[in-house]
Every structure is written in structure tokens, then in C-alpha cells.
Design a protein around this ligand. Structure first.
Ligand SMILES: *Cc1c(COP(=O)(O)O)cnc(C)c1O
Length: 376
């Protein structure tokens, strides 16, 4: 990865911030139509204890929760909303399990265009609060996020509406919005820069819901290899919640298309029973670019807690999935002792406040004392 530190776009000028540092490798947007809130350029921090405990030579965490609205979706929104302006669209329309909506709402507000958002029936309140503050027009849809059939119908309806009303589709999947998804590649570009002085990691662990994040990171590494900036691609581990793991299941069974299966996972962001980019992830896994891992919701919560307690990193459960995936891969031998790995920690802990309260047990655990008692 010796040339990787030079990949930042010098032509964009000193003031190129956010994903626009990589503008020359993204779909073209004139510089006066580039919307940014300073997304991207997120920290990559080394594990101090969990990596050792798991027998790894190195474990790094990519802190995507440090993005402006708390998840990597900001990279996609920055590009998507800018493309909407470039194409003369009058607004944006999309679906979300939470983070994409919170993110697109912020970027649409910044661009001064309306955003029509259709969400899961069981959406987390904290994520809707964000979108509502940015004045998105929000509608919940019955059964969305539970039933694969309803999910497909929602996606199709959104696409029709976008065409009819001159709106930009904001669904964070290559299947529906390939141009905006190119922004995900900036995660790979940054990893190549940030790890330039380390050996390339053996594996990058990626939480998978709809599969777009995984597909984007894979495309980013392929792009770097094509350009000759890196000579090998780390193994890309697709980690799914066992309650919604149709991609990993298809890979295990040797199938090229994930069979739709309803979601029983409790983890917000991963309840995608009809993964739109599932075939893209499978193509990568089948071509041996990576492997699939599935973990239980309770393992995810366990590793979320360990990460907060031992590394000082509070991420949301969907993000902790990647670390749970590392632990599982170590256990089943796919990640050998002495290997190195990176976890993409996709979103910030505050995204799931309910889970955080349960995890910290604040009310029950913190004693209330009288100062007189402390003094004696
Ligand atoms: C969207 C999201 C994911 C899953 O990404 P997909 O592209 O749907 O696979 C994982 N974690 C967080 C925090 C997310 O917001």
C-alpha cells in the first residue's frame, strides 16, 4: 500500500472537505454544487485490549459514528443530494431503517430541498427525531422491515414516484442508486491511506443489511487495485445478524441469489429481509473475495458492551456486529491467531438510546448518597 497516502484529490484544492477530497474518483459534480457537512475522514483507531484477547496481531476500528449525523450514510447523502442538485431535481425521496433517513434529511436541509421519507413500521424513535428535526416529511409503512414482499413493493413505488415528481431516489443500495453509492468507496480509500504504514489487514469485517455498504467497500478496493495503488485486497467478511441472514445463508448453501426470508432480528439497520444488493455481496463471496459470518443478536449486544467498557468506543448494535463477526471468525478458525483485522463501526451509540439505557443500567446501578455519609 506504499502509494496509498497520495490518493487524495489535490485538484479539488485545499478546501476540499468530506468525501470531496476524492472527487476525481466519484461521479462528476461541479464544485459549486457539492454539499458537505464534513463527512468522512473518520478515525481509524487501534484496539488496545480486545484484539490481543482475541489472539490477533492487530485490530483496528473505523469510527463511522464520527460522521456528522452519526453513521457512514453521510458519505452517500453528501453525494446523492449533490447529484440531485446537479440534475435539477426538485427534492429527494427515499426509504430508511433510520440512519439513511436521518442523514439524507440533514443533507437535504443543507441543500435547501425537500425530502420525503418512508420508514419501517418499527423505526427507532431516536433516528426519526433526527430526520424530523431536519424537517423531513416522514411516513411509516405497515409491515415494512418485517415482510420481504412489502419491502420490494415499497422500493418499486418510491422509484415510480421519483420519476413522476422529478425527485432524486435516496435508497442506499446500488440496485436503486448506484451513482450515490459510489461514495461508499471513500471508506476503502481512507483505509488504504490510514493503513499505508502498516501491513494491509488480513480481513475487513463489514456489517451487512441490504449489502450496499459491503458492495461499496469491495468496489473501492477493486478501484484502488485497478489504479495500482494497492496490490492485494483484504478478505472482506460479510457479517449478518442470524435473525436476518439470507445472504450468508445463500453463500453457505452455494446459492447465487439470497432467498427472501422474514426478519426476526431486533437490531435496527439490519432488518432487511429483501437485501437489494444481496447478489452483489454473494458475487464477491463466491469469487473468494471474502466470507460470510452470522452472529446472534445477543452476541452483538455482548460485544457492543465490551467495546464501550474496554476500548472507550460507544457504537450502535448494527456497528458492533462487525466485532461480533471477528469473535465468531476467530472461534470457528476462519481468522487465524496472529491475523490482523479491521472492523467497520458503522454508526454511533446514541442512535439506539433504548439499548444504551438497558446496557448501562443507569437508574438501578448508580447509588445516591448523602454528602455527610461520604465525609464520615
Ligand atoms: C445502513 C447501515 C448498515 C447496513 O448497511 P447495508 O448497506 O444496508 O448493508 C449497518 N450499520 C449501520 C449503522 C447502518 O446505518
Amino acid at each position: 500500500m506504499n502509494d496509498a497516502q497520495h490518493i487524495t484529490d489535490q485538484q479539488s484544492g485545499e478546501n476540499a472537505t468530506g468525501i470531496w477530497r476524492f472527487a476525481k474518483w466519484l461521479p462528476a459534480v461541479p464544485s459549486n454544487q457539492r454539499i458537505t457537512l464534513g463527512e468522512g475522514n473518520t478515525p481509524l483507531v487501534a484496539s488496545r485490549s480486545l484484539g490481543k484477547e482475541l489472539g490477533l496481531s492487530a485490530l483496528h476500528f473505523k469510527l463511522e459514528g464520527a460522521n456528522p449525523t452519526g453513521s457512514y450514510k453521510d458519505r452517500i447523502s453528501a453525494l446523492g443530494v449533490s447529484l440531485a442538485l446537479t440534475k435539477g431535481k426538485v427534492g429527494c425521496i427515499g426509504t430508511s431503517s433510520g440512519n439513511a433517513g436521518a442523514s439524507a434529511a440533514a443533507y437535504a436541509a443543507r441543500a435547501g430541498i425537500p425530502y420525503y421519507l418512508y420508514v419501517l413500521e418499527n423505526i427507532l424513535q431516536a433516528k426519526m427525531v433526527q430526520a424530523a428535526l431536519h424537517k423531513a416529511s416522514i411516513t411509516r409503512i405497515q409491515g415494512f422491515g418485517v415482510s420481504a414482499e412489502i419491502g420490494d413493493r415499497v422500493f418499486e413505488w418510491i422509484e415510480e414516484q421519483a420519476k413522476e415528481r422529478n425527485l432524486e431516489t435516496m435508497i442506499t443500495a446500488y440496485k436503486y442508486n448506484a451513482n450515490a453509492m459510489e461514495a461508499v468507496k471513500t471508506i476503502s480509500f481512507e483505509l488504504a491511506q490510514q493503513l499505508a504504514f502498516c501491513p494491509a489487514p488480513d480481513a475487513v469485517f463489514i456489517p451487512v443489511g441490504g449489502g450496499g455498504l459491503y458492495a461499496g467497500i469491495s468496489n473501492g478496493f477493486r478501484h484502488l487495485r485497478q489504479l495500482g495503488r494497492i496490490d492485494s485486497i483484504p478478505q472482506l467478511a460479510a457479517v449478518q445478524s442470524a435473525g436476518c441472514s439470507n445472504i450468508v445463508r445463500a453463500w453457505t448453501n452455494g446459492e447465487a441469489v439470497p432467498a427472501p426470508g422474514d426478519s426476526t432480528s431486533m437490531i435496527s439497520g439490519l432488518q432487511v429481509p429483501n437485501p437489494p444488493d444481496g447478489e452483489r455481496v454473494l458475487e464477491s463471496l463466491i469469487s473468494k473475495e471474502g466470507f460470510g459470518v452470522s452472529v446472534s443478536d445477543s452476541d452483538v449486544w455482548y460485544w457492543q458492551e465490551r467495546l464501550a467498557a474496554q476500548e472507550g468506543i460507544w457504537c450502535e448494535p448494527a456497528a458492533a456486529l462487525s466485532l461480533a463477526g471477528v469473535a465468531e471468525a476467530v472461534k470457528d478458525g476462519r481468522l487465524k491467531a496472529g491475523s490482523s483485522a479491521v472492523c467497520i463501526l458503522t454508526g454511533a451509540g446514541y442512535k439506539d438510546g433504548e439499548r444504551a439505557v438497558a446496557m448501562a443500567g443507569v437508574q438501578e446501578n448508580i447509588p445516591l448518597v448523602d454528602i455527610n455519609r461520604l465525609e464520615n
